[in-house]
Design a protein around this ligand. Sequence first.
Ligand code: ATP
Length: 276
Amino acid sequence: MCSDPVLSVRDLRIKIGRQTVVDGLSFDVLPDERVCLLGASGSGKSFTAKAVLGLLPPNAQVQGSIRIQGREVIRTPAARRRNDARVSMVFQDSLAALNPLVTVGSQLREPFSRHHGLSRKAADQAAMALLEAMVLDDCQRLIRRTPAELSGGQRQRVCIALAMACKTALMVADEPTTALDVVTQAQVLRALREHTGTSNTALLFITHDLHAAAQLCQRAVIIERGVMIESGALDTLITTPQHRFTQELVAAAHSVQPTELTNAAEPMPVDYLKSA
Ligand SMILES: Nc1ncnc2c1ncn2[C@@H]1O[C@H](COP(=O)(O)OP(=O)(O)OP(=O)(O)O)[C@@H](O)[C@H]1O
């Protein structure tokens, strides 16, 4: 069965002044799919994410097409998009993403009461259920705290819960684990894996980290200097990378394996990369 894409990007070009930061990018994200946009620092990942979210700076010149649920949004900023073309987001800086003065509970309640019309009591219950689903300890106490009183990993899972509460067909997560230690990274990736792809929310995961991508996504779009160089199933890209940059990425991940697994002649063991 072939479903229509939730996100369809065609020939996306973004210029900032004279610099072309994204150059002819095309890819789709299907319903319930988790796709990563993988590339080195400065390759244009964040500008692509901002274009999808409708958050490009005013000096950006943009061309091409971005369709969300079939609706053209390339020139429609986030605040002017219709509900079915809205995208939820999770960013790297969880402290900046949350209101520092408002408790976690109030922030989580808001989308339920504002967008879904729930009563205060029903919104509280829905917020609590989402927090508990993020495998956070002592949610009763956590819900009364402000963001600054949480650890980075707790805060990032609150951000994922907040994004889930918006119940959009597409979520964009831009380097959500980069600032976290490896144990907390694994917890946050697990929360994203378990709460997207199964709840009518597709995920576009922006990262430079092949290991994180392998734990979370089925498919990858690999970019270099704003141009797509390779795309396909992540398992295939890891075992038989075609482009030099992808080969270097895989080799770099290979080099952090335990020595008994290291054998340059062998393809990268996909299971090793996927282990959390
Ligand atoms: N405000 C800006 N004005 C002009 N050019 C910019 C601006 N911000 C970023 N750039 C340039 O745009 C290019 C793409 O940046 P972008 O932030 O999308 O890369 P990225 O792949 O997300 O990198 P990172 O992983 O480091 O966040 C880079 O070459 C960068 O130098």
